[in-house]
Ligand binder design. Structure first.
Ligand code: AMP
Ligand code: ZN
Length: 494
């Protein structure tokens, strides 16, 4: 086919659990990635799905395939513990932090987007917010109801999974087994344990903060509904690739598929390729939000690591392998990054490369056969289900290879970084190495910071949260990080 150059792009499809050739079904490939629930800071593990999706996106671009990327923002409907009933994660956070749900969502969305920028993740084309699509979700559920896929119980409207042929195929679900095991919450009137809520009705006597009226009474949409509705609204009924963390392969994506295929009823798979990233582990456990303190990218930066070192740490493992997060591994990543920057800095400026064709043409232009071979090796690595560890090794080989000319090496480094996104073309060694400390500031700068912090403390005392946040943003812009301790606020420079 005309669009294929070099090696065929091959991806591991969770649907069928096989590595398959990737063939786009349209001129612009639709890519949907399940996004964050914005009720708390995203931890380091949470960042892996987006670095992974970014790698996928860069790889498609590398093969000359245009992409439209959508990442949703869950600001409603996600009940505690991923269940269908109980309080909403956002409403709980709003209570805890004494802020409105809108403020909570806004604050954590901004923080997440800033982390993505720091990690050099290319912005998605759309970041739909679930709360803006509730009307469409109700319409979607009505269609399912008309088609006879649903039933109503006191806690809401449920999807009857026994009516969905092939339910659970993505998860290789043994439905009979699942019905027997007891590890499922009890929902009054639910027919099968695998049935899930399309609409979560308000419990009697409980008035939710985020509530909508629906044919099934006041309440909020079920969590799974949003991704089906928003992806179809923004990418069309069918699209090519859906990504998320490996947990979604077992439940969330299973339910998305069931309701979407019931809705479309066109005897075609809803989405063709399902890709899932594995966990980042901390002390052999999945990093999680609920364990008290959440380890964030900002914590790493505060400890002197550059965000690109974390990106390098992630790319050093294949996306389908679990990764152990340790200080030793981060130190190694930071050292590797430092050495990489020192080695490539003298080669700058690097040429602009995004695609294999561009890299080949440039390498051809240098007449350097060794460089051309490295470009092909880079292509072989990335097309092999995004083998970033091999790609990194190939880059290191090229940097050590005396056969490669300087002009050729420029092309190889630019080509590798089109896929790795490590900012090899512009990251300064000094950025990676140095942390500013308050000692680096002039006394009047320190005084200005202290004044802002005092003003913020006052604003918080007066419960003027908006002003307090405004000041925090101002401090943020100055590179000042404030930590509130029982003894009062302390600050550091990032
Ligand atoms: P959440 O905001 O909890 O819905 O998580 C956002 C995304 O991060 C989902 O795709 C999760 O599967 C993924 N995720 C959560 N924890 C980890 C982890 N420790 N390692 C890798 N991915 C994770
Ligand atoms: Zn989703």
């Amino acid at each position: 086919m005309a669009w294929v150059t070099g090696h065929q792009l091959r991806l591991y499809n969770s649907l069928g659990r096989l590595t398959e050739d990737f063939t786009p079904s349209a001129d612009v490939v639709g890519l949907y990635s399940c996004g964050p629930t914005v009720y708390a800071y995203q931890h380091l593990g949470n960042m892996r799905p987006y670095v992974f999706a970014d790698t996928l996106r860069r790889s498609l671009r590398w093969k000359g395939i245009a992409v439209r990327h959508v990442i949703n923002i869950t600001d409603v409907g996600h009940a505690v513990a991923d269940s269908d009933t109980g309080e909403d994660k956002l409403e709980l956070a709003a209570e805890r932090e004494r802020r409105s749900v809108d403020e909570i969502a806004e604050f954590y969305t901004k923080d997440w987007l800033a982390a993505l920028t720091a990690l050099n993740v290319q912005p998605a084309d759309e970041y739909p917010r679930a709360s803006a699509y509730v009307d469409q979700m109700i319409e979607f559920a009505k269609v399912l109801e008309d088609k006879g896929y649903t039933y109503q119980v006191p806690s809401g409207l449920y999807f009857d999974t026994s009516k969905s042929p092939g339910y659970g195929q993505l998860a290789l679900l043994d439905l009979a087994g699942q019905r027997e095991t007891g590890r499922v919450e009890h929902v009054e009137g639910r027919k099968h344990n695998s049935d899930f809520a399309l609409w979560r009705a308000e419990e009697p006597g409980v008035r939710r903060i985020m509530r909508w009226n629906s044919p099934w009474g006041w309440g909020a949409p079920g969590w799974h509904l949003e991704c089906s509705v928003m992806s179809m609204a923004l990418l069309g009924d069918h699209f090519d690739i859906h990504t998320g963390g490996v947990d979604h392969r077992e439940l969330h994506h299973v339910n998305e598929i069931a309701q979407s295929e019931a809705f479309l009823a066109d005897d075609r798979p809803w989405v063709r390729y399902w890709l899932h990233n594995e966990w980042v582990l901390l002390d052999a456990q999945k990093i999680a939000k609920s364990a008290g303190h959440t380890l964030r990218l900002a914590d790493l930066v505060e400890s002197g690591y550059h965000p690109m070192a974390y990106r390098l740490f992630l790319l050093g493992g294949h996306y389908r392998s679990q990764l152990d997060f340790t200080t030793t591994a981060m130190d190694a990543a930071q050292a590797t990054l430092r050495r990489l920057i020192a080695r490539v800095a003298p080669l700058r400026p690097l040429p602009r490369v995004e695609t294999l064709d561009e890299a080949r043409a440039l390498a051809d232009g240098t007449g350097d056969q060794a460089a051309l071979a490295y470009v092909e090796a880079i292509d072989a690595a990335i097309t092999n289900d995004l083998a970033t560890p091999r790609l990194l090794a190939t880059l290191q080989d090229a940097l050590r290879d005396p056969e490669v000319s300087t002009a050729g090496l420029r092309v190889v480094v630019a080509a590798a970084d089109a896929l790795l996104g490590l900012r090899l073309g512009d990251l300064e060694a000094s950025e990676v190495d140095q942390r500013r400390t308050p000692e680096d500031l002039a006394p009047q700068e320190v005084a200005a910071i202290e004044r802002l912090i005092a003003e913020r403390t006052q604003a918080r005392k007066e419960r003027n949260w908006a002003r307090a946040d405004e000041i925090r943003d101002e401090l943020d812009a100055l590179g000042v990080q404030v930590t509130d301790t029982p003894a009062g606020p302390t600050w550091q420079l990032r």
